[in-house]
Design a binder for this molecule. Structure first.
Ligand SMILES: [Fe+2]
Length: 319
């Protein structure tokens, strides 16, 4: 299915400029409307992934239009294009979740295209997660592994360790499937982080580091919109929290961190240490466990760690 973006602006010159800008992109199908009403008509007819709307238009304002889009097609990602003078309106629109992002006028071509591309990815992700299809989740996890240059199978191994640990911790059977899915998808928010940033060799700038740190929040928002279970959302949102409260994005401490996220945090780091990475070989088993134990005081739940050791031993025994 073709990625479709609808641009709504009452000024012809603006619609033309955007059309020219997208001429080279044969992977994106652009629709144009001169008013909110025209936009709604187009929306009715076909599948629109992303809507970009001006605010100051005769007739229906952009904000009203976007709110109608939200009612009609909740999964369509909405972007507001606004003049600087209109910025407070745009921020208000985001806070009331009428819009996902805004772009200011006059716009920068690259910035607009990047924002739209990110919104397109978001739409696709919402659709994949909302499909309630396991094979879709796994293929999504594999897409992230490729993008982030993990070793193949990382997410699936993390799922195996996490489910074993959840069983050992006595979690209810009904949770185990969600823990598997959450483990697969824990880094799905990295879809929203540019590849150059993810694979940057060396120290990231503060700005880029900030982008990487957004992946739990970005991913969990998408999972929430796709109406996934709380267990899955918690794993995506909290897998970088630390037991001492120095993790991100929320800085939750100890058992304030949902247990499913504490479990996946251990499984994730163990696999990271115990498998080859593009930039280093795997640690041998004893060293991997040593590092894990050194991190326990600051990063992990000590009780869970105690339950994990025999599981890790079994992993080694099975080669
Ligand atoms: Fe992560």
């Amino acid at each position: 299915m073709m990625q479709t973006v609808l641009f709504v602006d009452d000024e012809l010159s603006i619609r033309n400029a955007i059309e020219r800008m997208y001429l080279e992109r044969d992977d994106v199908h652009c629709l144009f409307a001169a008013s909110g009403q025209e936009g709604l008509d187009l929306l009715e007819k076909g599948n629109v992934w992303v809507v970009v709307s001006d605010n100051m238009m005769p007739g229906m304002r952009g904000i009203e239009f976007l709110s109608k889009v939200r009612g009609m097609r909740p999964d369509t990602v909405r972007i507001m294009m606004t003049a600087h003078a209109d910025l407070t309106v745009a921020i208000d629109a985001i806070n009331k979740s009428e819009a996902y992002r805004f772009v200011t006028k006059p716009w920068d071509n690259k910035e607009l295209m990047d924002t739209v591309d990110e919104a397109l990815m978001r739409y696709q992700l919402i659709k994949s997660l909302g499909a309630e299809d396991e094979s879709m989740y796994l293929s999504l996890a594999q897409t992230v592994e490729l993008k982030d240059h993990y070793t193949k199978g990382h997410c699936d191994r993390v799922a195996g360790y996490a489910v074993a640990l959840a069983k050992a911790a006595g979690l209810r059977d009904e949770m185990l499937n969600d823990i598997k899915h959450g483990s697969w998808l824990h880094d799905c928010g990295k879809i929203g982080v540019p590849e150059v940033v993810l694979n940057f060799p060396g120290q990231l700038s503060d700005d880029d580091y900030e982008k990487v740190m957004q992946h739990p929040r970005w991913g969990s928002e998408v999972a929430r919109q796709a109406r996934m279970s709380d267990t899955v959302i918690n794993i995506i949102l909290y897998h970088h929290e630390r037991f001492d409260g120095k993790g991100y994005p929320s800085g939750l401490k100890a058992d304030k961190i949902p247990i499913e996220a504490r479990i996946v945090a251990i499984a994730d780091v163990f696999d990271a240490l115990y498998s080859d990475r593009p930039y280093r070989k795997a640690y041998d088993f004893d060293r991997a466990i040593e590092i894990l134990q050194e991190m326990t005081e600051t990063h992990f739940d000590q009780c869970l760690m105690g339950l994990f050791l025999p599981i890790a031993e079994e992993v080694r025994a099975n080669g």
